[in-house]
Design a protein around this ligand. Structure first.
Ligand code: GRF
Length: 201
């Protein structure tokens, strides 16, 4: 299945998806970053994957940026759009245009801790558990139907850095697995529900 990956940073999730791509039947046609200096762009070039940078700073509105983003995406006609550490809120128009095709990884046990700085906020809230959620992207920020989660236990000595590392390791395992469900045609979005093998998740 043809896919496009959107990133903003280090690209460790991208690397994990690349490493699994043959096994999960995913052809990454392009990687797009909104930051010119994202390390993930170097990873993509190393793998000979076409890259694009589109700085949001050059656009006067979210809608204009998203329009330019979809112009690039549409060149590749992807069946799946993978947000792998893409740190931009997408407009309602964008999410509607690609409804049921956009997957995101979020570093918390949604619906808890939507938004940024999840690891720090989890510690401040004295949570006992933390984790990762993979979800369909809809117009609600980090609020689309949850597909899969992995939990980790928080220990007293954890810091936001140690949590970030452990959560990333779980993302690297869970995201390719969920993408594979999608490429196999087992995972769909119907209305506001994620469906796997015909069953509501
Ligand atoms: C991941 O934890 C992702 O969930 C969050 O930012 C991190 C990106 O890491 N939004 P990377 O760029 O994939 O290494």
């Amino acid at each position: 299945m043809n896919g496009v990956v959107l990133i903003s940073g280090n690209g460790s999730n991208l690397q994990s998806i690349i490493d699994h791509s043959i096994a999960i039947d995913l052809k990454i046609r392009a990687v797009i970053s909104n930051h010119t200096n994202a390390y993930g762009l170097k990873l993509s070039e190393h793998e000979n994957i076409p890259t694009h940078t589109l700085s949001h700073k050059n656009f006067s509105s979210r809608e204009k940026f998203d329009q330019a983003l979809s112009n690039i995406i549409n060149q590749y006609n992807p069946e799946i759009i993978i947000l792998a550490g893409f740190m931009r809120i997408l407009s309602a128009e964008f999410t509607h245009q690609y409804s049921g095709k956009i997957l995101n990884t979020h570093p918390s046990l949604l619906p808890k801790f939507k938004g940024l700085n999840t690891h720090q906020r989890v510690i401040e809230a004295k949570e006992k558990q933390h984790g990762v959620s993979i979800h369909f992207v809809t117009r609600q920020l980090d609020g689309g139907p949850i597909i899969a989660q992995t939990s980790i236990n928080i220990i007293d000595t954890d810091t936001k850095e140690t949590l970030a590392k452990r959560v990333l390791l779980e993302e690297h395992k869970l995201f390719p697995k969920v993408i594979h469900w999608f490429t196999q045609g087992r995972l769909k979005l119907k209305g506001n529900q994620a469906i796997l093998d015909g069953k509501i998740l």
